[in-house]
Ligand binder design. Structure first.
Ligand code: ATP
Ligand code: MG
Length: 241
């Protein structure tokens, strides 16, 4: 069943078509990768889905309900949460308090919020940093905190914007394991990442954007052989010059 349906969504900034008539479906329980060159419109599409920008045209349907143009807080309460490409925890709050903000902003009404925040920290492997101020975290831990804050809201659909970029191989492998375990918990995931090994290794399906338009939507092995994708993004023209 489709959890998210993006129907003819465009987002313009003045004359710039950052997202141009994109159709996309994400099924319940699926992990879909979103790739494309810098400036392709990936983050903008996330922001439209999360309610940060209203679509200039088109519809965002979540769980059968139109959510395009709703305030981000309402979208979050429906069950969609996004991480930020540039991580921005509250620096003067502790790690636990940062997650607590997510829990209280979000979707989960039952139980003790502190207890829930602790469980999320345990799940992402940050429990030992619970009382550290967020400003004192390393980049890998800040990225993990960004995921924890998002998970704290209790999302059905989690949008991950480059949570692995900038990590070394060991940290990247750890975060890939974390993403797999989030998926096993039944959370549907749409993720942006530039690292092909990561995106090919995790995704059930990959959507490719180029100049705001969708140019491919297929399983990883098919996308990696698609001449349009190779030319636009993977860097080697299949046609010799
Ligand atoms: N708030 C904004 N105002 C004006 N232009 C914007 C705004 N946000 C994004 N853009 C432009 O929209 C286009 C798409 O940007 P976007 O950040 O969505 O790309 P991206 O695919 O996420 O790229 P990257 O891989 O570098 O993160 C770019 O040309 C960008 O400069
Ligand atoms: Mg981006």
């Amino acid at each position: 069943m489709a959890l998210l349906e993006v129907q003819g969504v465009s987002r313009y900034f003045g004359g710039l078509r950052a997202v141009d008539h994109v159709d996309m479906v994400v099924g319940e329980g699926e992990l879909v990768g979103l790739i494309g060159p810098n400036g392709a419109g990936k983050t903008t599409l996330f922001r439209v889905i999360a309610g940060v920008y209203p679509p200039s045209a088109g519809q965002v349907i979540f769980n059968g309900e139109s959510v395009g143009g709703l305030h981000p807080n309402r979208v979050c309460h429906k069950g969609i949460t996004s991480t930020h490409q540039v991580v921005r925890p509250f620096p003067a709050l502790t790690v636990l308090e940062n997650v607590l903000v997510g829990v209280q902003y979000g979707n989960v009404r039952s139980g003790d919020p502190r207890q829930r925040a602790r469980e999320v920290l345990e799940f992402v492997g940050l429990a030992h940093r619970a009382d550290v101020l967020a400003r004192n975290l390393t980049l890998p831990d800040r990225k993990r905190l960004e995921v924890a804050r998002a998970l704290g809201t209790g999302p059905k659909l989690l949008l991950l914007d480059e949570v692995i970029a900038g990590l070394n191989q060991t940290e990247a492998a750890r975060t890939m394991d974390l993403i797999r375990s989030i998926k096993r918990q039944g959370v549907t995931i749409l993720m942006i990442e530039h690292n092909m090994r990561v995106i090919m290794g995790l995704s059930d399906r990959i959507v490719v954007l180029h100049h705001g338009e969708k140019i491919a939507d297929a399983p990883p092995e098919q996308v990696s052989r698609d001449p349009k994708v190779i030319e636009a993004y993977l860097g080697e023209s299949p046609v010799s010059a």
